[in-house]
Design a protein around this ligand. Sequence first.
Ligand code: SF4
Length: 442
Amino acid sequence: MEFTASGAPAATGCAPRICLVTMGCAKNEVDSAAMARRLAAAGYRIVEAPDGADVIVVNTCSFIQAATEESLEAIFEAASLPRVAAGDASIVVAGCMPARYGDDLADELVEARAFVPCSKEDDIVEVVASLAGPASGDAPSDAADAAGPVFSYVKISDGCDRFCSYCTIPLIRGRYRSFGYEDIRADAARAVEEGAREIVLIAQDTGRWGQDLPGNRDLAWLVDQLAVELPDTWLRVMYVQPEGVTDALLAVMAQRENVCSYLDIPLQHVSARLLRAMNRAGSAEKFAALIDHIRALVPDVTLRTTLIAGFPGETEDDFEALCDFVAEAPFDYVGVFPYSREEGTKAFDLPDQLDEDEKLERAQVLRDVADTVCGARVAARIGRAMPVLVEGAEEDGQLYGRAQCQAPEVDGVTYVDGGNPGEVVQTVIADTLLYEMEGECR
Ligand code: SF4
């Protein structure tokens, strides 16, 4: 066997090994999976562990400062691996960070041998080839024999045209671009072939899908079409801005059993003045009316939202009104984020910025309000019958999965007493603990 300067076996004689490390949100996971598919198709071997890889691709998140810092930590961790330190393996920094910071990054981040911003991710094979040499033939991957995940994210567009004043996404990801139906259907069908029983449609702004495509296709049409083509698969839509909630979409949710009656509607705040400063629309009254309308058309709908605490100019009265809204509006899940002041955004220059401690404190107060209200709504499901998609088992063998009212990774899980991963079991909810549920199979 041939050894390298770091003492690790050399990669000569077999396909170069590539490890993708993904930071940030589900949208980045989808991008990493697409890069992995391209690399595998080109003959590279995709591995799980970075310490044996010839190239480590860190797919970064740079949406807010905290995410940038986490991505930097991942890069420095990769740089400290013996094979990287000895020069036998290389780091590629991909995704949002090179898109946001551009050429400045190359001077600052000497650990990286190459940068691939999100708009250039199709070039990943050429970039890896320039570092690790070409690959040929079918290469096995660490995950080749493993069952695919029970759910799969499918991205339906990229970019965003809304330009919320606090958000870096339009700077990083560019203008809104809907993906064509055939591509979305192919991604969903491949995930189902690999074992997915639930497809989660994601984008920065899913409700806008189709507006830039020829014809009259919209999100409601897309979801309906996929629901018909994949009748045994659950479909879920995330990140529908309030303006994207249409009666047609609600009708599809109400009519199609395999479309989860679940809406994730980012409101961000309820003060009309602050929403205007955010370059968004709405008010507490308008949002309350929207929620009533949704519940009238889809009575069993599960609602999630995200809110920002401590936006510049948020007075104590504004914050109190936000807490009151959460206490009264029937949301099942609420994600709370302290405002993050990001360079390059309009909100960066707004007056009346709150200090960091105040923002963190308000966010925690709001989370506590949400936990009380949402925890009670989850507890009210005790005694209700609902199907649960079994996802896996804990180390002690306890099976868990999710009901249609629980989105992956954010809403907790349901522990069940029967079934196998990938199977939908009929349960009755026997108990809850804040956001977790316990279902007894019938
Ligand atoms: S809708 Fe607003 S917050 Fe969401 S990605 Fe677009 S600009 Fe950012």
